[in-house]
Design a protein around this ligand. Structure first.
Ligand SMILES: Cc1cc2nc3c(=O)[nH]c(=O)nc-3n(C[C@H](O)[C@H](O)[C@H](O)COP(=O)(O)OP(=O)(O)OC[C@H]3O[C@@H](n4cnc5c(N)ncnc54)[C@H](O)[C@@H]3O)c2cc1C
Length: 464
């Protein structure tokens, strides 16, 4: 099948699955006298796009996505992701919403022919980004790029939110009934380099993996990498491929993790129902997943090890760092290490107070720390900062002053404890998308039930 034929198939499939086709969300007027946007989705990466498509399937059309990246560049894939292929296996589905013609396999085969998919080991990251752009167009999703959403404010007079949108030096306010944070894996916090690096070294001598890095400038340099997840190895490999003199990758654990709990998790029970467990049970499962740790995919590990000047340093945590002339000196339990440049592959922290979008309301958002006290031996500070979300991925107000917080939804990695692999991972999308879409449609029907009851009472279409 050609790509054109596939695209016709997609439209035919969407038409065949239209039932119930009647548009139903009541139109409301905003403070500016214009119709309100029903759902504003902040972030047009895979999560935002797939949720928008899921909402359209439920006849919620009056939606808008915004993304601060330029057209087609949302997410990490074409910016700071330095792997060659996706880390997850190609067979993961999710954004397709169960429609075979919308899957990446169908799209790939339509371009590269039958058998091409079987021949593909892992999906190149550029291919995934291209698929997401095609997916956006196939579903007719309205995205405003180069646009940053600011602090969400409540407008009680119109039961809506006011969200400032900045595009270049232009700012406008959009009024929306529901707002979704599809702001990325770090979307409930921020990327973080440890203080003993960020506060001790000039930005000329270190970078977090999230930052743009001038790898050409690392030619002939001694590079230190802190961390042992996939990004640590990706960045080490890119530095070596650009001619770094050596790379020393240091991590705390006595040996590299080589068992991936995400592969274990690929079954219906966990992906679909971990969110149905009680708090203590959710905590123990998610804590165990985190305790088992992150690992580099096999090919990512192999890529770095092809270089003789790549060195692994297990059980080598960094205690402090300082500059000595133009050298970075790192103190470890085994003594000091000297580098010309260091890369912090230290991930992100969950902390809603870091989110500009939540500046007006984050203090009222219920966190797991407000709802559950783990046994001392199972303490985990970052998990306690995860938002304690409702069944529909909505925030919960812990003060009684902001009941409308349930109309702001979190579809980031921050929903991990409340909903499992929900946002910001392909693994969980198949089951999280229908849940969050249902949370949003439920909120409209419940809020407007009187309107629907009145329309029922007024219904007088005679059948004969
Ligand atoms: C390097 C890397 C590799 C990964 N590889 C995989 C993988 O192989 N398989 C897998 O399953 N998962 C992977 N993940 C995890 C996850 O799938 C990705 O993070 C993915 O990008 C998450 O999709 P998303 O749509 O939730 O977030 P993103 O793709 O990050 O999209 C969020 C978007 O929101 C925008 N945004 C944020 N705040 C605002 C704002 N206030 N206003 C406007 N725009 C805003 C951002 O610019 C971004 O474009 C990887 C993550 C990283 C960082």
């Amino acid at each position: 099948m050609s790509l054109e034929a596939l695209e016709r198939q997609v439209q035919a499939d969407l038409r065949r699955l239209e039932y119930p086709a009647r548009d139903w969300v009541t139109e409301r007027e905003g403070p500016d006298g214009k119709p309100l946007c029903d759902v504003l989705i902040i972030g047009a990466g895979q999560s935002g796009l797939a949720l928008a498509a899921a909402l359209k399937r439920e006849r919620v059309h009056n939606i808008l996505l915004v993304d601060r990246h330029p057209e087609g560049k949302a997410g990490p894939w074409l910016t700071f992701a330095r792997m060659i292929t996706l880390r997850t296996p190609k067979y993961l589905t999710g954004p397709d919403l169960g429609i075979p013609s919308l899957t990446i396999q169908s799209w790939y085969e339509a371009q590269h022919g039958d058998g091409a998919w079987e021949a593909l080991a892992y999906i190149p990251k550029e291919t995934w980004a291209e698929y997401l752009n095609w997916y956006r167009d196939m579903n007719g999703l309205p995205v405003r790029y180069d646009t940053t959403a600011g602090a969400i404010a409540r407008v009680d007079t119109h039961a809506c939110f006011a969200v400032p949108l900045r595009t270049g030096d232009q700012e406008e306010t959009i009024y929306a009934r529901r707002v979704v944070m599809a702001t990325g894996i770090e979307g409930s916090g921020r990327w973080r380099a440890p203080g003993f690096i960020a506060e001790a070294l000039p930005s000329t001598h270190y970078a977090h993996t999230r930052r743009d890095i001038d790898f050409d400038a690392l030619r002939g340099k001694r590079v230190g990498v802190l961390g042992a997840g996939a990004s640590a190895f990706d960045n080490a490999s890119v530095a070596l491929e650009h001619g770094a003199a050596e790379v020393r990758l240091c991590f705390r654990r006595p040996k590299l993790v080589n068992v991936n709990p995400y592969r274990w998790a690929e079954f219906v029970g966990f992906l679909k129902h971990v969110s149905d467990l009680d708090d203590a049970a959710k905590w123990r499962f998610i804590l165990q997943v985190l305790r088992m740790g992150q690992l580099p995919p096999t090919d990512t590990f192999a890529r770095a090890r092809t270089h003789d000047n790549f060195h692994l340093h297990p059980a080598t945590p960094w205690n402090s760092s300082r500059m000595d002339g133009d050298e970075v000196v790192v103190e470890t339990p085994q003594g000091e290490l000297r580098f010309d440049y260091v890369i912090a592959a230290t991930g992100f922290v969950t902390d809603l107070s870091c989110r500009p979008e939540l500046a007006h309301c984050q203090q009222a958002i219920k966190l797991w720390a407000d709802a559950y006290q783990p046994p001392a031996e199972d303490a985990h500070d970052d998990l306690l900062r995860h938002p304690y979300l409702d069944d529909g991925f909505g925030f919960i107000d812990k003060t009684g002053d902001m009941p409308w917080l349930s109309h702001i939804y979190n579809y980031t990695f921050g929903c991990l404890l409340s909903h499992g692999f929900g946002g910001a991972s392909i693994s969980g999308m198949k089951y999280s998308l229908p849940k969050i879409a249902s949370g949003i449609t439920k909120s409209f029907f419940v809020e407007d039930q009187d309107h629907y009851f009145d329309s029922l009472c007024a219904y007088d279409v005679e059948e004969f």
